[in-house]
Design a protein around this ligand. Structure first.
Ligand SMILES: C[S@@+](CC[C@H](N)C(=O)[O-])C[C@H]1O[C@@H](n2cnc3c(N)ncnc32)[C@H](O)[C@@H]1O
Length: 334
């Protein structure tokens, strides 16, 4: 799935990239990639300067926007009645998840972003001031530490996007506990690596243990069937179109990249959810046949073959993408 960056955000990122020379931004991008790759909890803020923040916005915001937007698309499909008015974005940085939420849910009227890095909040505020969505323009940007004991403000949608990996296991558990108390729906999203998936799996288990219902991506509330499969993990991909600056900062040739992400969205009210299978990888298209890896509502996962003999179902299956909802053929034919 591809989600275009809102034009106002694209323009804002170009304007903000003038904060430092491209050489300094590129050096910062290199350092940030290294720091995020290490996978170790951060002992000090990774975004350590104004240049880091500008570099992060230029090379990561398009990707985290695309990932969150894609996850919210799955959530909206599974929970069509969800119409949040308020969002709390925890560890929101420069606010990519708020742009994604405003794009997915025009019902939003109030947005609060919390982060430890004042420079990131400042940049996020400046970018949001140019947004079309009134909820973004009027968002509240507040400096905050995950270790602070104050209760989190309640919100219909709480997002924790690419944050858990910077925290110790104990701090992750503590934050999730406070977030689920504040949330209507809680979305937790991490890089689509085996380590990111492990954190999501842990979060999913904890949140289910508190009686919450998984709204997306899983079409069931059982154990993740991929957890038992060696070398496989549940993740999705979002296409990101790279701007010329983005390409230069990453020293990349291609005009796009695929951002891989793992996530879980939990809701308090199972009655509103629409269970369907979930396509787990790029489907394979061969003459007269579509093969997809499917996570099914009975808690199993495996290949699903849709062939020409399935008529209309086959025609629909040819348009199916990784991450789409798909009911297994047997349940669609009964
Ligand atoms: C990789 S960035 C993700 C930013 C944003 N959520 C996104 O998706 O683009 C991680 C963010 O978490 C924030 N963060 C990490 N540890 C934190 C802590 N202990 N307290 C508050 N914020 C924290 C960082 O400052 C940073 O802005």
């Amino acid at each position: 799935m591809s989600a275009e960056l809102p034009v106002e955000l694209r323009a804002g990122l170009v304007a903000e990239s003038g904060a430092a020379s491209e050489e300094r931004l590129a050096q910062s991008v290199e350092r940030l990639i290294e720091a995020y790759r290490s996978g170790r909890p951060a002992s000090a803020p990774i975004l350590a300067s104004r240049v880091d923040v500008a570099a992060y916005a230029a090379y990561r915001m398009p990707a985290t926007f695309a990932a969150v937007r894609s996850a919210l698309g799955q959530l909206a499909g599974a929970y069509p009645d969800f119409a949040p008015r308020t969002q709390l974005d925890i560890g929101g940085g420069t606010g990519a998840a708020t742009w994604a939420a405003a794009d997915a849910f025009p019902t939003l009227t109030g947005i609060t972003v919390l982060d430890q890095v004042g420079e990131a909040l400042d940049l996020g505020r400046r970018l949001a001031s140019g947004a079309d969505a009134p909820a973004l323009r009027s968002a509240t940007w507040q400096q905050w530490q995950a270790s602070s004991v104050a209760a989190l403000p309640a919100a219909d949608l709480v997002t924790i996007s690419y944050v858990l990996g910077e925290l110790t296991a104990a701090a992750q558990a503590e934050l999730l506990d406070r977030a689920r108390r504040a949330a209507g729906v809680l979305l937790v999203i991490e890089p689509g690596t085996p380590a990111g998936y492990e954190r999501i799996l842990q979060a999913r288990t904890t949140l289910l243990g508190h009686g919450l219902t998984v709204a997306a991506p899983c079409p069931h509330q059982d154990d993740c069937p991929l957890a038992a499969v060696r070398g496989d993990w549940c993740h999705f991909a979002a296409r990101v179109n790279r701007s010329a600056l983005h390409r230069r900062l990453k020293n990349a040739q291609l005009g796009h990249e695929d951002e891989k992400f793992s996530f879980v969205a939990v809701a308090p009210s199972p009655a509103l959810l629409v269970p369907a299978g979930r396509v787990l990888r790029h489907p394979q298209f061969r003459k007269g046949m579509v093969t997809m890896q499917l996570c099914r509502s009975d808690g199993s996962a495996g290949p699903e073959i849709v062939s020409k003999k399935h008529g209309n179902l086959y025609r629909t299956a040819r348009d199916v993408e990784w991450g789409d909802a798909w009911r297994s053929v047997s349940s669609q034919l009964t």
